[in-house]
Design a protein. Structure first.
Length: 250
């Protein structure tokens, strides 16, 4: 517990300074998109918002996670204080508490994101029942995907002295996330890149009928195979980054 509190003191709210503005912007953008729709479209507010959150998370979170990883590793890489820390705390403990701190921030980020959409729906007078299981699916997969991306960024921050390179990779990931939304959601191409695993959590897809000029939201089956692949990649990434952290010279 003392080691975790020490990690919190080192961060000094830097993670909140990244995540809270991103959360506010995502909810503001989603609210603006949905409030501009007519009354008929608002009947499917919570369902259509899952598509909005899928797109916005895929665009904004990769670069945000790159910044978080860089700030968590800042003292140990830029400040060169890892040797001093290792005199009072094992390397493995330092790494695990950094990951735990980031995971807790991400957990509350996605919980607040779902709660924010629920609050927006109430403010707009939406009558559709809130699909809690759909949001659990969406935000749960987003949480796991974010952990995978964060581990990747940890590895880059450890290996590269210049932290601009990991940030550039995060920016590329954001563009990949944007591009991924333009491709069909019900195929399996998104297994190959970590920034596209957000799509596994999509409970619905959006279809536009040109003849009737209406939008529908067909449900998607849960991608169990995709989830297992995501969990496997996350476990492998965890072991690889932990090994790299333990072997880092002090």
């Amino acid at each position: 517990m003392r080691a975790f509190l020490c990690e919190c003191k080192k961060v000094k709210g830097k993670l909140l300074a990244v995540l809270l503005p991103v959360l506010f912007f995502i909810l503001l953008w989603a609210g603006w998109i949905d409030s501009s729709r007519d009354a008929a479209a608002l009947r499917d507010f919570y369902t259509s918002s899952t598509i909005d959150l899928l797109e916005l998370n895929g665009i904004f979170l990769p670069v945000s996670l790159a910044v978080i990883a860089s700030r968590l590793m800042d003292l140990e890489t830029k400040g060169n204080t890892l040797k001093l820390l290792c005199t009072v705390q094992p390397k493995s403990s330092i790494f695990l508490h950094k990951l735990l701190l980031a995971a807790l921030h991400l957990f509350f980020f996605f919980a607040l994101e779902a709660a924010g959409i629920r609050a927006l729906g109430a403010a707009l007078g939406v009558t559709q029942p809130f699909p809690a299981l759909d949001y659990l699916r969406l935000e749960g997969v987003a949480f796991l995907t974010s952990l995978l991306i964060l581990l990747l960024q940890f590895f880059l921050s450890l290996r590269l002295e210049n932290q601009l390179y990991p940030l550039f990779v995060g920016l590329v990931g954001s563009f990949v996330g944007l591009f991924s939304m333009l491709l069909p959601m019900d195929n399996r191409w998104h297994y190959f890149l970590p920034w596209t695993y957000f799509l596994i959590g999509a409970p619905v897809k959006m279809d536009f009928n040109e003849a009737t000029q209406k939008v529908s939201f067909p449900r998607l089956p849960f991608d169990t195979r995709g989830l297992l692949i995501l969990l496997a990649f996350t476990a492998v990434a965890f072991l690889a980054v932990r090994r790299a952290f333990l072997k880092k010279e002090v």
